[in-house]
Design a protein. Structure first.
Length: 739
C-alpha cells in the first residue's frame, strides 16, 4: 500500500488553490475571492474521505476543473464556485438545498445542471451516451455555463486517465472524440477542442499517437528555424508601417495530422502544412479590418498567395464568433504555409470562445452567433420524438458542417451549413415559412426545393397557405432544424389520420363480430406484417387496408390452430442456404475469444472493415445479428464505442490456422512496361496467398490496380504489401475497405 504524506498533500492543495486565483481570466474582487474560498472549503470538506483511482485526494479533480473554467474558458466567480462543487451533490451528503442556502440560487442551479447530467437512467435499450448527451444539452435551457463546466470536467478527466482500465479509457476517449470535441469546437473553444482530440487519439490509437509525437519532436528544430525565417522577413515591413504585432508558430494538432494522413493516405513526411503562423496585432475596434488587410498586403508582397485558399472570416465571422483572415502562401523552400491574421480581440475570442464573446458583446439587442445557435439547439431539443442516436448524428452533422453565406431578397446575410438546400434556407428564416414553401428562386431563377446553395446566392421563398410538407421533403433538406420540423408536421398529420382510422376500424370490426382490444390490435399488426398500432390505424385511415383483408383476418382468427401455425411461419427467420453453410463453417472455429474469461462465442466478421487474424479487434453485440467483430481502426469504431459502450466486448485472436480471410489492396504507381507482369508474379510466388480478383489499368502514365487476395493472417498480408512496394514503379500500396 502506498504511504500518503498528508502534510505534503495539504500544502499541494493550498498551492493549487492559490494558482486557481492567480490564473483567473476575469479580475476577481475581494467578495469574489470570498465566494470562491467558501466553495473551496465546502468541496474540501465534502470530498475529504474520497480518493481517485490514482490514489490522490479527490479534491484535486474539482480544483483542476475550476482552473480550466477560470483560465482556459475564462468564466467568472459563479462558474468557478460551481466547478469546485460540481460533484458534491452526486458523490456526498451535501444537498442542492444546502448549496442554495450557503450560496445563491444561481450557483445551486449550475450545480443542479451538472448533477442532472451525471444521473442518467441506465436504459439498456438506447444508447446511454447519446441520451446522456441529449440530457446534457437540455440543460442549455437553463444556462450555457453548465455545458462549459462539463467540457472542462471532461478535459480534466482526459488529462488524468492513466490509472483507469483500458476498456474504460477507450469508452471515455471515444465519447470525447464523438461528442465533446465537436461541441467545444462549436462553442469556439479551439484550444480545448485540440486538447480533447489529441488526448482522444492517445487512448483510441496509442501507437499512432506515440509515433506522431516522436516525429513532431524530431522536426521541431527545423520548424522553428523555418518560422524564424518568415518572421524576420515580415518584421521589417511591419515595423516600417508602425504595426504593433507579434508572430508565433502554431503546430498542427496531432489529431489533425493523423486525420490528414488517414484521409489522404499519406505518411507523416508527406503532410505539408504541419504548422501555421499566427500574426496577432494591436488595434482599436474601428481600425481592425483595415489593419488586417494591410497585413495581408505586406505578407503577399513577400510571398505568393494561393487565391483559392484565402478565407475571410473577418467580413463574415463563423457562427461560433470566430474572426480571422487565413492566407496560404508559398513560403521558403517551396512549401505552402498558412498565415492567420487576427487582432488581440479576435485572438481572445478564438481562444476563450463564449466567455470572451460575452465580454466584447456590443449592445444588448445584438444577437451573437452563439445565441442564434443556442436558439436553434433549443428548438431541435424540443422535438423529443427523435431517437437519441439519430439526434446526436444530426447534431454532429450540423456541428462539423463548413459554412456558406447566402442573402435574403433584402440583402441580409444568413449562414447555413455547406450542402444546405433552398428548402433548408426557408426553414432557417422561420419554421412556418418552411412548411408553407411552394417554390424557391435562387438569383432570380426558379429552382427545385433540393437545389444546393452556394456562398453568395440570393434566395427568395414563395409560400402558399395550402402547402403541406410531404415525406419526400426529408430527402430535400440537410439541416437538423428543417428535418425535425418536417417530421413533427408529418407526425401530427399521421396522428390525426390514425385517430380517424381507429374509429373506422372499430366500426368495421364490430360488423365482423370482433371487439377492438389490445390483443386484437396486436394480432392485426402481426397479420399485416406491420411494426406498431399507429401504422395499423394510419393505413386504415388512408384506405390502404380494405374490407376484404379484414374479412380474411376474421376468418383466420376463428381457427386458433391455423392462426398459431401461420404466426409460426410468419415469424421464422428466412435463412438463405449459403448463410447456413457459412454459420456451420465458422461455428466450431476458436479463432476469436471474447471478454476477460476468453469465452468462445459465435460471431460474424463485420463487412465494413473485414478484419483478419492479427488485426486488433473488438466485438460489438448487435440487436439482430449477434456479435459482430470490427477492427480497432474501423471507420465506425469511434461512433460504436461512444454510443454503445455497454455493448462492446474485448476480443482477441488465439488461433489462425483454420480459416482464410479476404483483404483488398489498392496499388498506384507509374505505368511502365512489365509492371503488371511483375505484380502478378510477386503475388503468385507467395505460396500462402491466393488471388481472388484483380483489376489493373494504366492511363496517361499512371498505374492503378485493385487486388483482392485471400490470406491466413495479418503477418502474411504485411509481408505481401512490403514485397509489392519493392516493385520498381510502385508508389503506394494501401488496404481498403468495401464500405
Amino acid at each position: 500500500m502506498i504511504e500518503i504524506d498528508l502534510e505534503a498533500e495539504k500544502k499541494a492543495i493550498a498551492r493549487e488553490y492559490k494558482e486557481l486565483l492567480r490564473i483567473s481570466y476575469q479580475t476577481l474582487t475581494d467578495s469574489d475571492k470570498k465566494l470562491i474560498r467558501k466553495a473551496f472549503n465546502v468541496a474540501v470538506d465534502a470530498h475529504k474521505d474520497q480518493r481517485r483511482k490514482s490514489g490522490e485526494a479527490y479534491i484535486f479533480h474539482p480544483i483542476g476543473v475550476a482552473k480550466i473554467v477560470a483560465s482556459e474558458i475564462g468564466l467568472g466567480p459563479t462558474s468557478i464556485a460551481a466547478a469546485l462543487m460540481h460533484d458534491v451533490v452526486e458523490d456526498t451528503d451535501v444537498t442542492l438545498e444546502d448549496i442554495e442556502k450557503m450560496f445563491n440560487p444561481k450557483i445551486a442551479q449550475l450545480v443542479e445542471g451538472l448533477t442532472k447530467i451525471a444521473q442518467v437512467k441506465k436504459d439498456m435499450n438506447i444508447s446511454m451516451q447519446a441520451e446522456n448527451f441529449r440530457k446534457m444539452l437540455l440543460t442549455l435551457n437553463d444556462d450555457v455555463r453548465v455545458i462549459l463546466i462539463k467540457i472542462a470536467d471532461r478535459l480534466h478527466n482526459m488529462q488524468t486517465m492513466d490509472s483507469m482500465a483500458d476498456d474504460k479509457q477507450i469508452k471515455i476517449a471515444s465519447e470525447t472524440l464523438y461528442i465533446y470535441a465537436p461541441l467545444a469546437h462549436r462553442l469556439g473553444l479551439y484550444n480545448i477542442k485540440t486538447k480533447l482530440e489529441d488526448l482522444g487519439l492517445k487512448y483510441t490509437e496509442p501507437e499512432v499517437y506515440k509515433d506522431i509525437v516522436g516525429k513532431i519532436k524530431e522536426t521541431k528544430e527545423e520548424q522553428d528555424e523555418y518560422i524564424k525565417t518568415i518572421s524576420n522577413v515580415l518584421k521589417k515591413s511591419m515595423d516600417e508601417e508602425n504595426i504593433d504585432f507579434s508572430i508565433k508558430g502554431r503546430p498542427k494538432s496531432i489529431y489533425s495530422i493523423r486525420r490528414k494522413m488517414a484521409s489522404q493516405n499519406v505518411s507523416f513526411d508527406e503532410v505539408y502544412d504541419k504548422f501555421a503562423l499566427r500574426i496577432i496585432y494591436k488595434s482599436n475596434l474601428h481600425d481592425e479590418k483595415f489593419l488586417a488587410w494591410k497585413i495581408y498586403s505586406i505578407v503577399t508582397d513577400h510571398y505568393r498567395p494561393s487565391p483559392s485558399r484565402l478565407r475571410d472570416w473577418i467580413s463574415s465571422p463563423k457562427s461560433s464568433g470566430y474572426e480571422a483572415l487565413h492566407i496560404t502562401v508559398m513560403g521558403p523552400k517551396g512549401r505552402w504555409v498558412e498565415i492567420q491574421v487576427r487582432s488581440e480581440r479576435m485572438d481572445e475570442i478564438a481562444e476563450k470562445g463564449y466567455a470572451a464573446h460575452y465580454k466584447y458583446k456590443q449592445g444588448a439587442n445584438e444577437e451573437s452567433g452563439l445565441d442564434v445557435w443556442l436558439n436553434l439547439l433549443k428548438e431541435a431539443l424540443e422535438s423529443s420524438e427523435t431517437n437519441a442516436v439519430d439526434f446526436v448524428e444530426d447534431f454532429k452533422m450540423n456541428l462539423y458542417a463548413k459554412e456558406i453565406f447566402v442573402f435574403t431578397p433584402k440583402g441580409e446575410i444568413k449562414s447555413l451549413p455547406k450542402g444546405a438546400t433552398s428548402l433548408d434556407f426557408a426553414f432557417s428564416i422561420h419554421s412556418e415559412i418552411g412548411v408553407k414553401t411552394r417554390g424557391t428562386r435562387v438569383n432570380g431563377k426558379l429552382v427545385q426545393l433540393n437545389h444546393e446553395l452556394k456562398s453568395g446566392d440570393q434566395v427568395e421563398i414563395i409560400t402558399s397557405p395550402h402547402q403541406k410538407p410531404t415525406v419526400n421533403w426529408l430527402d430535400y433538406v440537410t439541416t437538423s432544424r428543417a428535418k425535425n420540423k418536417i417530421k413533427n408536421v408529418l407526425n401530427e398529420d399521421t396522428k390525426n389520420t390514425a385517430e380517424e382510422g381507429k374509429e373506422l376500424l372499430t366500426r368495421k370490426l364490430k360488423q365482423l363480430k370482433i371487439t377492438l382490444s389490445e390483443s386484437v390490435v396486436n394480432e392485426l399488426v402481426s397479420f399485416f406484417g406491420l411494426k406498431t398500432s399507429l401504422d395499423l390505424f394510419y393505413r386504415v385511415g388512408i384506405g390502404a387496408i380494405e374490407n376484404q383483408q379484414l374479412k380474411d383476418f376474421a376468418a383466420q382468427k376463428s381457427n386458433a390452430f391455423i392462426n398459431f401455425f401461420k404466426n409460426k411461419i410468419k415469424r421464422s427467420p428466412s435463412v438463405k442456404p449459403d448463410e447456413i453453410n457459412k454459420q456451420e463453417l465458422t461455428k466450431n472455429l476458436d479463432l476469436l475469444v471474447f471478454g476477460k474469461e476468453n469465452d468462445k462465442l459465435d460471431y460474424k466478421l463485420s463487412s465494413c472493415c473485414n478484419p483478419i487474424p492479427g488485426d486488433i479487434v473488438f466485438g460489438f453485440i448487435t440487436i439482430n445479428e449477434g456479435i459482430k467483430v470490427h477492427k480497432k481502426d474501423c471507420p465506425n469504431a469511434i461512433a460504436l464505442q461512444s454510443n454503445y459502450a455497454y455493448r462492446i466486448m474485448q476480443a482477441k485472436w488465439i488461433d489462425s490456422t483454420q480459416q482464410e480471410f479476404k483483404a483488398t489492396l489498392k496499388i498506384t504507381g507509374m505505368d511502365s512496361l512489365g509492371l503488371t507482369n511483375e505484380l502478378t508474379k510477386v503475388i503468385s510466388n507467395n505460396m500462402l496467398v491466393n488471388i481472388q480478383s484483380i483489376s489493373l489499368n494504366g492511363e496517361a502514365g499512371i498505374f492503378n490496380g485493385q487486388v483482392t487476395v485471400v490470406v491466413q493472417n495479418n503477418a502474411i498480408l504485411k509481408k505481401l504489401i512490403d514485397n509489392i512496394k519493392k516493385i520498381d514503379g510502385v508508389d503506394k500500396v494501401t488496404r481498403i475497405y468495401t464500405n
